[in-house]
Design a protein around this ligand. Structure first.
Ligand code: PLP
Length: 357
């Protein structure tokens, strides 16, 4: 499909944040965006790159009422040699369509998804920050825009991509987080939408997050929705536990988001000489293993922070220190290797990098 490039007037160009240490996450957006539309009678059409600007949407648009919405998150990195790298964007395209199918939305042809991002990133290349740890965050999104109050799949959608230069997550060095195991609220149940990247999952998680913050914890760790017994995931991260060099994570049972960082960590860990296991993790057993010292490290994985060390683990108001409460060796090696591959300082032997022309 042709992608039209609409002109960008000088007054539509924004001032940049000059100090890359002050970027933060997702607060500033680039000059342009990508937009394509789907309708029942025309399928995908009108793909274009246009100035970044607000949508005019009917207040009855289905997305506002019944949350027919999905999204993705990935990053572009500018390498020292000025090449621009994306990390496994095909996986985002595939996962986007998995989410689309669950939400009864049209699939976006993988080529359109990837071409749209390539072209947009290429045009906006000057927006990619270069300070260590920084990147250009890319947010593909699809929303239902048909104005009707009947509950049904929309007959009209916007697929769009916006981008935001983001700062180093660990500007002041790795900071282990505290997590609270949530034993009251649940995030997802088997048969629900837990394995789709859809806004509704996040809306439903806000309350538990707020209550955890009030009690002084950084993040919520969700248990399975049926028995509230098995570890699932944390906020927007999948969870890993290291027993020495043996690494354990929850299996993809349908209520967990299939993280691309998760999959990459599992493959990298093997390369680094670890053994890996996907199995149900009973929270009571895990606690015992932490008390006995068998669990040596815990960390989360996700695109935003890549790898996040967990220093404190709290369940029913009992708090345990994981390992020595600092950053474990395996956590550190996984972080260094993954970010090294993403930024071009470590050879990509997996074929994970896609360059933008
Ligand atoms: C996006 C997301 C993740 C992490 O996935 P990555 O592909 O590694 O970024 C984990 N859990 C949830 C709920 C998410 O939305």
């Amino acid at each position: 499909m042709d992608i039209a490039v609409l002109p960008l007037a000088p007054e539509q160009m924004k001032a940049r944040v000059a100090d890359e240490s002050k970027l933060g996450f997702g607060r500033q957006f680039t000059d342009r965006m990508f937009l394509a539309e789907w309708s029942v009678d025309r399928g995908w059409h009108s793909a274009r790159i246009k100035p970044y600007e607000p949508f005019v949407l009917d207040p009855a648009a289905l997305v506002f009422h019944y949350s027919q919405e999905i999204f993705e998150g990935l990053k572009a990195y500018k390498w020292q040699d000025n090449r621009i790298a994306l990390f496994r964007p095909e996986m985002n395209a595939r996962r986007f369509n998995h989410s689309a199918a669950r939400l009864c939305m049209p699939e976006v042809p993988e080529e359109l998804f990837l071409d749209g991002i390539d072209r947009l990133v290429s045009l906006e290349r000057d927006w990619i920050p270069t300070a260590p740890g920084t990147s250009l965050y890319i947010r593909p999104t699809m929303i239902a825009v048909e104005p009707v109050l009947g509950v049904k799949p929309s007959d009209h959608y916007y697929f769009y991509v916006i981008m935001s230069p983001v700062g180093a997550y660990y500007a002041a060095g790795f900071k282990p987080v505290s997590i609270m195991v949530e034993d009251r609220y649940v995030r997802a149940v088997p048969g629900g939408t837990g394995d789709a990247k859809t806004g509704g999952n996040y809306a439903a998680s806000l309350k538990a997050g707020l209550e955890a913050k009030k009690k002084g914890y950084d993040q919520v760790l969700w248990l399975d929705g049926r028995e509230r017994r098995y570890i699932e995931e944390v906020g927007a991260m999948n969870m890993f536990f290291a027993y020495g060099t043996h690494i354990v994570t929850a299996p993809l049972t349908g209520s967990i988001l299939s993280g691309i960082t998760r999959e990459s960590v599992l493959r990298l860990a093997l390369e680094l000489g670890c053994t890996v296991e996907e199995r149900m993790i009973d929270v009571e057993h895990l606690l015992q293993d932490m008390k006995s010292g068998a669990v040596t490290e815990a960390f989360g994985s996700g695109t935003a922070a890549v790898v996040t060390p967990v220093g404190r683990f709290c369940y029913k108001d009992e708090c345990l220190t994981v390992g020595n409460g600092g950053v474990g060796t395996i956590t550190q090696r996984l972080y260094d290797t993954l970010t090294g591959i993403q930024t071009g300082t470590i050879e990509d032997r997996f074929g994970w990098i896609r360059f933008v022309e």
